[in-house]
Design a binder for this molecule. Structure first.
Ligand code: CP3
Length: 364
């Protein structure tokens, strides 16, 4: 039987632990950086793997392929973390909604939720068991990473997952999901309760399999009013955070909450018990730090479209964000949302190098 590693032994096995340290506000030599959607269509090698596999979901469901695409950006760039290659919509798929991707239209579901009866009919499934292809991918990736950088696991927030399940896919205005919430708040709460249980089990399974930090993507929390956000989104993320396994392999497993367009609610998000808040680019990171920087770490927040600009402009923007955060700990550099497919991969090198180069002065 192998015993869990003690902290000192583990520190030796993880060669670069900047991400985990920064998420907990501990000292680092330079600001760690990773990028939402760092494995994806802007990389020709990703497109080749996807083509070979046939489609995106096959890549997600084949642990060796998920591992291959997770590793691809790390071979090109000096990122301080890997993020599990998967999708937030694996949970609704496991709940029998029938996920598929139609070319050019994004995700879609064969079944949709439109009534309290639909919510009640959702099957009771063992999420960890149903999504064992994800936890298998986590194990394969950890082995392949071999202690170079930590692995981030993730899930969608209950609210964000619910919008896809009700709308049946992506939406511009979320008319059906919001009408459902306002007309059937009890059914909505029942759905969110079930999803919160699934997300908790899913993230704990990822942590047990080797995810060293986890991020909850609340991509659509920011479309709600403040009261609705607290009641229908943050409330459930708070419950999840309280039920996550806090430590594994002798080390704390930090939790990041990313609510896109959530800048006006940072104080409430910090109350959730999360270790870090992901920021989009619409909030000034220096202001965010003065509001909540004493309580949580901050992750962000460069506008992803700046990656279309010239390397000089990208470098300047990195310097501006680092200066806005200022000296001291608790910053993980990232984009404010995912990188888009049309970005030139060479521009990403400038982004990553600039973060490491320019941030040293803030950690003396
Ligand atoms: O960040 C990473 O590198 C890890 C992989 C990852 C993917 N999706 C791969 C993916 C992560 C963390 C996600 C999360 C995800 N998925 C979110 C939350 C984050 C966010 O972007 O706000 C959401 C809302 C989804 C749902 C989803 N999956 C949509 C709306 C789409 C289509 C969007 C598009 O760009 O076409 C997907 C597909 C998807 N997920 C792709 C990738 C690489 C593109 C699929 C392809 O190869 O064609």
């Amino acid at each position: 039987m192998s015993l869990p590693l003690r902290e000192s032994e583990y520190a030796v096995t993880l060669k670069n632990d900047r991400l985990l340290r920064a998420l907990l506000g501990e000292p680092v030599d330079v600001t760690p950086v990773w990028m939402m959607r760092q494995a994806g269509r802007y990389l020709p090698e990703y497109r080749a793997t996807r083509k070979q596999a046939g489609d995106f979901l096959t890549v997600c469901k084949t642990p060796e392929l998920a591992c291959e695409v997770t590793m691809q950006p790390l071979r090109r760039y000096a990122f301080d973390a890997a993020i599990l290659f998967s999708d937030i919509l694996t949970i609704p798929d496991a709940l029998g909604q029938g996920l598929y991707f139609s070319e050019g239209e994004g995700p879609k579901f064969h079944k949709v939720i439109r009534s309290a009866a639909d919510v009640e009919k959702l099957p009771e499934v063992d999420i960890a068991d149903e999504l064992s292809y994800v936890t298998d991918a986590v194990s394969v990736i950890r082995k392949e990473l071999n202690g170079t950088v930590p692995l981030i696991g993730f899930s969608g927030s209950p609210w964000t997952l619910a919008t896809y399940m009700i709308e049946g896919g992506s939406s511009k205005d979320f008319r059906i999901a919001k009408q459902f919430m306002y007309d059937n708040p009890e059914a909505m709460h029942l759905l969110l309760e079930k999803l919160a249980d699934s997300v908790t089990d899913y993230l704990n399974a990822q942590i047990r399999a080797g995810a060293q930090a986890v991020q909850i993507f609340d991509t659509w929390g920011g479309i709600l009013s403040g009261n609705a956000y607290r009641e229908f989104s943050l409330n459930y993320m708070t419950k999840i955070v309280s039920k996550l396994q806090k430590e594994n392999e002798g080390r704390r497993v930090p939790v990041i909450i990313f609510t896109k367009n959530g800048g006006q609610w940072l104080e409430s998000i910090a109350d959730s018990g999360c270790d870090a808040i992901g920021l989009d680019w619409t909030t000034e990171i220096g202001d965010a730090r003065s509001r909540v920087g004493g309580r949580v770490a901050l992750q962000g927040n460069m506008d992803p479209t700046i990656l279309y600009a010239s390397p000089a402009v990208i470098r300047e923007e990195v310097a501006t964000i680092l200066k806005s955060f200022g000296s001291g700990e608790g910053h993980v550099f990232n984009l404010g949302h995912g990188i888009t497919p049309e970005v030139n991969p060479d521009h990403v090198s400038h982004f990553v190098e600039a973060v490491h180069e320019y941030s040293e002065q803030y950690h003396r």
